[in-house]
Design a protein around this ligand. Structure first.
Ligand SMILES: Nc1ncnc2c1ncn2[C@@H]1O[C@H](COP(=O)(O)OP(=O)(O)OP(=O)(O)O)[C@@H](O)[C@H]1O
Ligand SMILES: [Mg+2]
Length: 251
C-alpha cells in the first residue's frame, strides 16, 4: 500500500502547488491523475519520488515512511531522459549493474521482447524514434521491478497511433510486474482506458476535486459505451473544476 497523507507543497516563491492531498493506493493498483495545467500534478509526482520535499504531510510505502528517493520508486517523464552515451541494452540494464552480466542480459532481452524492440540491443538512443525511446525508458524503469512507478505524461509528446500502442505496452508491463502505478495524463481517454481509479484535480491551490472509480473489467474495449460514459463523467468534472477556478485552459 502506498499511503499519501495530507501532502502539501508551498514553493519558496509562495505558490501553493498542492494542498492536503490524501490517497491510499493498493498494491498493484493503477491510478491516473488528471487536471488542468498548474494544478499540482507534477509537484505530486516529484514529492512522491523524493525529488522534492513536502511542506507538510507524509508518504509511506508498505508502512515505511519515504523521505528521500527510494530504489523501490521509479519515475518516467514526458521526454525519455535516456543516456545518449549508452546503447539501448545498456540503458535498460542500467539499474541491473550489480547483477552478473548473464542475469542482467537475460532480463534486458526479456524487457526488449515485451516492448517489441528485440534486435535493438546495440542501437544508440539517437537512432530511435520518439515512441521507441519512450518504450526504452519504460522498460528501464520497470526492469528493476520497482514497487511503484510514477509516470508524468509519458505519452503526451507522441503521435496518436504510437500513444495507443504504448498504452497497450504499459498495461502488459504493469500486469507482468504487478507494479503500483500513478500516471499523470492530460488525456481523458487514456485515464479512463488505463486506470482503476482517476483522481481529478483542481488548481489554485492544487487539490483533489474527486476520485472516480472506473469500475470496468480489463481488457477494456476502447469503443465501448461504458468507457464513453466514464469519459463523459471525467470531462464534466474537469470542466466544472476549471469553471470554478476562473477557467484556465486544460494544458
Ligand atoms: N519549482 C517551482 N517553484 C515555484 N513554483 C512552482 C515550481 N514548480 C511548479 N510551480 C508552480 O506550482 C503550480 C503547480 O505546478 P505543477 O508543475 O505541479 O503543475 P501541473 O499540474 O503538473 O501542470 P501541467 O499540466 O502544466 O504540467 C504551478 O502554479 C506552478 O507554476
Ligand atoms: Mg506537469
Amino acid at each position: 500500500m502506498l499511503d499519501i497523507s495530507s501532502l502539501s507543497k508551498i514553493y519558496p516563491n509562495g505558490t501553493h502547488a498542492l494542498q492536503d492531498f490524501s490517497l491510499s493506493i493498493a498494491r498493484g493498483e493503477l491510478v491516473a491523475v488528471i487536471g488542468g495545467s498548474g494544478c499540482g500534478k507534477s509537484t505530486l509526482l516529484r514529492l512522491l519520488s523524493g525529488l522534492e520535499a513536502p511542506t507538510q504531510g507524509e508518504i509511506s510505502l508498505e508502512g515505511r515512511r519515504l523521505t528521500e528517493p527510494d530504489p523501490l520508486v521509479n519515475i518516467v517523464f514526458q521526454e525519455p531522459r535516456l543516456f545518449p552515451w549508452l546503447t539501448v541494452a545498456d540503458n535498460i540494464g542500467f539499474g541491473l549493474r550489480h547483477l552478473p552480466s548473464s542475469e542482467s542480459d537475460e532480463q534486458v532481452s526479456a524487457a526488449l521482447e515485451k516492448i517489441g524492440l528485440r534486435g535493438y540491443e546495440n542501437r544508440w538512443i539517437k537512432e530511435l524514434s520518439g515512441g521507441q525511446a519512450q518504450r526504452v525508458a519504460l522498460a528501464r524503469a520497470l526492469v528493476t521491478k520497482p514497487a511503484v512507478l510514477l509516470a508524468d505524461e509519458p505519452f503526451s509528446a507522441l503521435d496518436a497511433m504510437t500513444r495507443l500502442e504504448l498504452q497497450d505496452h504499459l498495461l502488459d508491463l504493469w500486469r507482468a510486474n504487478a507494479t503500483t502505478m500513478l500516471l499523470v495524463t492530460h488525456d481523458i481517454e487514456e485515464a479512463a482506458f488505463l486506470a482503476d481509479r482517476v483522481v481529478v484535480m483542481r488548481p489554485w491551490p492544487g487539490r483533489i476535486q474527486e476520485v472516480v472509480d472506473v469500475g470496468l473489467p480489463r481488457r477494456r474495449n476502447r469503443m465501448s459505451g461504458e468507457l464513453a460514459a466514464v469519459k463523459r463523467r471525467l470531462s464534466g468534472l474537469l470542466a466544472h473544476s476549471l469553471n470554478d477556478s476562473g477557467g484556465t485552459a486544460i494544458g
